[in-house]
Design a protein around this ligand. Structure first.
Ligand code: NAD
Length: 252
């Protein structure tokens, strides 16, 4: 159900070509915002934007690990007027490569950090610049792995997401006086292409589903509502917060 809660606002969502970012960007557009669907896979971003069915949905290519690319995407998105909402959501989890620390290749660590952690840093750096003298809402997609062990051995992914949580907190503190709010959304096990490896393995999937209070996997649509709340003025007093949407996973 939509209610035009973001009417007149301008947003940029990274990782909008798939999964959570796609669902959130399409929902923002349905709520009345102009939305830049930013992704390294520009064809996927273009398809997602076209599906939104409005000329307020605009695809843009970005590689969040590359500052030149992030600069270009933000200058396109904030060309005419500033951005009100930025969702730093693009991320990777390298299944089959990320491992226990003693078995982890440096290259896998570096690749994960480059996209998840450096990517969030560059996105927030250019987001605060695009919101200068105006304020706005920044949302980062965190992870339960930054909060609890989750029984997993994803050393690089866990470390990258812990960094993202820390980054969001410090940026929230540093930019509150400028009217910029920064919050962390923590989805639980959410069935998107990112975690297809888990979905394909009945034992792993059952382990995660059974670890929730609600007894089911999340969907990208489950994450939309909290993102709309944090993007909207309804959350005017929320900053530096962690908003968990995990079916009770981390509370059990
Ligand atoms: P997804 O794989 O469905 O989508 C990720 C998107 O990010 C893809 O469209 C991909 O092309 C894009 N991307 C990858 N590298 C990029 C780069 N360098 N620059 C720009 N875009 C890039 O994954 P998802 O499940 O929707 O994940 C979105 C976010 O949610 C990630 O940060 C992920 O860590 C986080 N998350 C996911 C889950 C889950 O269970 N799915 C749980 C907690 C957190």
């Amino acid at each position: 159900m939509t209610s035009n809660r973001l009417f007149g606002k301008k947003a940029l969502v990274t990782g909008a070509g798939s999964g959570i970012g796609l669902a959130v960007a399409q929902r923002f557009a349905a709520e009345g915002a102009k939305v830049y669907f930013a992704d390294i896979n520009v064809d996927a971003a273009a398809k997602a934007a076209a599906e939104a069915g409005t000329d307020r949905a605009v695809p843009v290519r970005v590689d969040v690990s590359d500052e030149t690319s992030v600069t270009e995407a933000f200058s396109l998105a904030s060309k005419d007027e500033a951005l009100d909402i930025v969702v730093a959501n693009a991320g990777v989890q390298l299944f089959g490569q990320d491992a226990k620390v003693g078995d982890l290749d440096l290259e896998v660590w570096e690749r994960t950090m480059a996209i998840n952690q450096r990517g969030a840093f560059l996105t927030l750096k250019h987001a605060v610049r695009a919101m200068e003298n105006r304020g706005g809402s920044i949302i980062v997609t965190g992870s339960p792995t930054a909060v609890v062990a989750c029984g997993q051995t994803f050393t690089a992914y866990t470390s990258s997401k812990a960094g993202v949580h820390g980054l969001a907190r410090v940026v929230a503190a540093d930019y509150a006086a400028e009217g910029i709010r920064v919050n962390i959304v923590v989805p639980g096990y959410t069935e998107t292409p990112l975690v297809q490896t888990i979905a394909d393995d009945p034992e792993s999937r059952a382990g995660l589903v059974n670890a929730t209070m609600l007894g089911r996997a999340g969907t990208a649509a489950d994450v939309e509502g909290i993102m709309v709340y944090l993007a909207s003025d309804d959350s005017a007093y929320a900053t530096g917060g962690i908003f968990t949407v995990d079916g009770g996973l981390t509370a059990l």
